[in-house]
Design a protein around this ligand. Sequence first.
Ligand SMILES: *Cc1c(COP(=O)(O)O)cnc(C)c1O
Length: 415
Amino acid sequence: MNGQDLSTVDPEIADAVAAERDRQNDTLAMIASENHASEAVMEAQGTTLTNKYAEGYPGSRYYAGCENADTVEELAIERAKELWGADHVNVQPHSGSQANLGVYLAVLDPGDKILSLDLTHGGHLSHGHPANFAGQVYEVEQYEVDEETGYVDYEALAAHAEQFDPDMIVSGYSAYPREVDFGRIQAVADDVDALHTADIAHITGLVAAGVHESPVGVADFVTGSTHKTIRAGRGGIIMCDEEYADAVDSAVFPGAQGGPLMHNVAGKAVGFHEALQPEFTEYAEQVVANAKAIADQFQERGLEVVSGGTDTHLVLVDLRPSNPDTTGKTVESALESVGIVLNANTVPGETRSSFNPSGIRAGTPALTTRGFGESECREVADLIADVVDAPEDDATLEQVSERVDELTDAFPVYE
Ligand SMILES: *Cc1c(COP(=O)(O)O)cnc(C)c1O
């Protein structure tokens, strides 16, 4: 079978893979958690490292033949330490959710208490939603954002912590447009003798580039995904002080996972290397500038931007004030039909279901990767507003679709 390429061995999968490449080139990826990894990252992921069992950690593996796996993992760790300034790094979690599982397993017992942000206010399933293992194993209560301002209600969080007495407070969110005050949350955690996990899954790249306050060295644990604002391929990461290093490492393996996905660890190493280059700071700054341009243009067009703007890579829109009869799903489908791919999202004070919520979430990491600046992003915001106002109007959809084609042709992602 070696020597035969994918299209010969498995034409059905080869076709789907090629179609996905075309889809990414031909549409605007505005799901805030998505990005486009470089060819180099994907090349590292598609290697013989996928064959290798490397249970354990560099220099102390359960299997022979791990010298190259060691090199790859050591480089990934070294680069992550340099990027985020962490004492200890574990690059083995298969995803951001697995990273959170690793931390919980390292320091919590079943039945311990977690205080985290409500999912409909921007939290994440792995912070203790009943559908996730964390919600089933731990006792979870949730804090909220202030529905008026859209900002985390830090005072209510402190009062809630006082009353609930959690073992772990989780910060870091999936649909929160504002800078998080990690220091303030750590102080709340310290006051009630709780540990604090700052889950920076969405903002890993912004934190690495210094365009968002860093929780590293502040929060007890920092977890993240490696495929969102940092373009290091799909995976997860945990950072902590040396005092928790052994507990975290044994919670990830053998606690929660088997052999590491060494091909993905290689992808992480390459993506981290790219993020250490000076251009990455410019990229991260542009991601935020682009999101601000979109928020601004949405407001010009009369849309209600949650919290009145953004400090990050994403903009959350509450459709209820401007378009009370239009749901997030209606807009999501209409936009998808014209090549703009974003997601319907719950908003603070949600009155609809999470399957058909009242908002949309728009992110700029992938648009910025393909070279969009503020002027292109303002135009995209206008196109989105056109569709929000007339999601069933064929003429509008036709016009927007043509313009999306021109923009994607002018800014290709992959050869
Ligand atoms: C995306 C995300 C994760 C992890 O997601 P994975 O798909 O498991 O990588 C964890 N926490 C937050 C806040 C997220 O947004």
